[in-house]
Design a protein around this ligand. Structure first.
Ligand code: SF4
Ligand code: SF4
Ligand code: FES
Length: 558
């Protein structure tokens, strides 16, 4: 298998009810209104040279490499910042455009380390590809003028290096940190020739950077580059895989040289991550070749014996005969199997099949059943399904986000980045947590309400919120009726004692409930709008009134 190259359409996909048809190099193409000429061309199969544009970033229009000609327009507009219009006739190739693009690349190349421009080691950069695409074969200005080639490298980050000599100040890294990751660790400092990328005038490792790698991925020149690639790896094939670190399930292209991983690149087609990543999946994959990994089967007769490496045949034969021996001695029910929540559905299915069909009993379980049963029980009771009712992408349409007992920026950073994008667009945020998690206040984000409840009072606070929603007439009756679950009202019929309890827990739940409901989030368009984000595990506390007057315990552990 070869290296997977994904198409970069240059600018983000637009959504519109209005379709626009235009011609690019004589090819008709129809795209949603608001689409850039660059993207329309890419959709028609025409790649326009570019350096500062990428389809996960808003267009910026700084490099001037993507110029095109449009019938009836003067000049050569940048295709990345020009929106399509019906009937437009666009030309992407002409002697004039070729000359202009070569001139731009020549200027860049005159301040670019020549060895980096010509090097074939490591990964070919977009800059090198563009030099070839525009036919750059001379630099008339020479390489000895005023330049940045002696700029000091920043090697401080453990996973990637920053070489300002290769930087063309296209701002893709800055925009990736702002728009994709939401950390806002980078900026362009200085003006004109002195402008440069800065991590707040500090080395990367001392800055706000969380090492997600989005800027490295965005950089078209190799100015920001993974150290594993710098160390000499030239990947020759990719394997698409799923990160096993957290529950987000990000897709990655493992880029390998032979059988050795050179780097992990987030996969744009990944439905959970859309080409983004966090530090764990992107850089913390040293375990793949760690010396402590067990790569051969081993057995030992007694726990006091040393392990002995054996063939797979011997290991499987040994396990099978031991299972038989134990069942023969202690009975059919003496063995069983449990899978981890890290297993795929298919693996869990296979294990239960083996237990039932081969061992002849029903002693099979998965740890996910234990830790997620409160979630499943609550969802089934209120919404009629024990599965989540939202996908990650729905956060992009949320008016209100409520986070209970979870810390997404730490635990599920890739989803947190998607959520932060929506929050920066103006969605309201309610955090119910004793901790002051990062999202309570971080760059360009401030929670509307932080309910710092006492540990163990989640159920009381939720019941109190439900009480306010019901008693103040904030329920969307039509939505609740559509659920066909009478139990919702029972859940919301909360004894006043619970509200009192929640108040004593420091929760400003009344104002939060009103904000929440009046923005028509949780109880109204729940299926269309991402509302309650349930990442944490919330166990019901013994002795707390659940609204049914029984003060039962154990819901959370069913
Ligand atoms: S690695 Fe991530 S957090 Fe750090 S500067 Fe780059 S984009 Fe920002
Ligand atoms: S480091 Fe790379 S992405 Fe950032 S401005 Fe320089 S060339 Fe562009
Ligand atoms: S890609 Fe359009 S100006 Fe850079």
């Amino acid at each position: 298998m070869a290296l997977i190259r994904e198409i970069d359409y240059g600018t983000p996909k637009r959504v519109s009810q209005t379709a626009v048809t235009l011609e690019v190099d004589g090819k008709p193409v129809t795209v949603p209104a608001g689409t850039s000429v660059m993207r329309a061309a890419a959709e028609a199969g025409v790649q326009i040279p570019k350096l500062c544009a990428s389809d996960n970033l808003e267009p910026f229009g700084s490099c001037r490499l993507c110029l095109v000609e449009i019938d009836g327009r003067r000049g050569t507009p940048a295709s990345c910042t020009t929106p399509v219009e019906a009937g437009m006739k666009v030309r992407t190739q002409s002697p004039r455009l070729a000359k202009l693009r070569r001139g731009v690349m020549e200027l860049y190349a005159s301040d670019f380390p020549s060895e980096a421009l010509n090097s074939t080691a490591g990964v070919t950069s977009e800059f090198q590809e563009m030099a070839i695409a525009v036919g750059l074969n001379e630099v008339r200005y020479g390489l000895s003028g005023r330049n940045h080639q002696d700029s000091e490298k920043d090697d401080s980050n453990p996973y990637f290096a920053f070489d300002p000599a290769k930087c063309i100040v296209c701002s893709r890294c800055v925009r990736a940190c702002d728009e994709v990751q939401g950390t806002l660790a980078l900026t362009i400092d200085g003006r004109g020739f002195a402008s440069h990328v800065s991590a707040g005038d500090k080395p990367f490792v001392e800055s706000e950077c969380v090492s997600c790698g989005a800027c490295v991925q965005a950089c078209p020149t190799g100015s920001l580059l993974e150290k594993t690639v710098v160390a000499g790896g030239t990947p020759d094939r990719s394997v698409v895989t799923t990160c096993a670190y957290c529950g987000v399930g990000c897709s990655f292209k493992a880029e390998l040289e032979g059988d050795v991983v050179v780097r992990m690149m987030p996969f744009k087609d990944g439905k959970a991550n859309h080409g983004h990543s966090c530090v764990k999946g992107r850089f913390a994959w040293g375990y793949t070749t760690h010396k402590d990994r067990i790569t051969k089967p081993m057995i030992r007769a007694k726990i006091t014996d040393p392990w002995r490496e054996v063939s797979w045949e011997e290991a499987i034969g040994h396990a099978a005969s031991e299972f038989k021996r134990i069942q023969g001695k202690y009975g059919r029910d003496s063995i069983g199997g449990i899978t981890s929540s890290r297993c795929t559905n298919e693996e869990t299915y296979l294990v239960q099949k083996m237990i039932r069909a081969a061992f002849g009993n029903n002693n099979t379980d998965t740890c996910a059943r234990v830790c997620h049963s409160p979630t499943g029980y609550g969802l089934k009771t209120t919404l009629g399904t024990s599965a989540g009712t939202q996908d990650f992408d729905s956060v992009a349409a949320a008016d209100v986000v409520m986070i209970i007992g979870a810390n997404p920026t730490d635990a599920h950073p890739v989803f947190a980045s998607q959520m932060k994008r929506r929050l920066r667009q103006g969605a309201r945020l309610i955090i119910v947590d004793p901790r002051r998690i990062d999202l309570v206040k971080s760059p360009h984000i401030q929670a509307d309400y932080h309910l710092p409840l006492l540990p163990g009072t989640n159920v009381a606070v939720i019941n109190a919120i439900a009480h306010v929603v019901v008693t103040e007439g904030l329920v969307d009756e039509a939505y609740v009726k559509a659920l066909r679950h009478g139990s919702f009202r029972a859940v919301a019929q909360v004894h006043r004692r619970t509200e009192k309890f929640a108040r004593s827990a420091g929760a400003n739940h009344r104002r939060a409930s009103r904000g929440h409901s009046r923005r028509r989030a949780a109880l109204r368009d729940g299926r269309k709008r991402c509302d309650l984000l349930r990442f944490g595990r919330h166990r019901a506390q013994p002795g707390i009134d659940h609204g049914d007057g029984h003060g039962e315990s154990g819901d959370g552990n069913r």
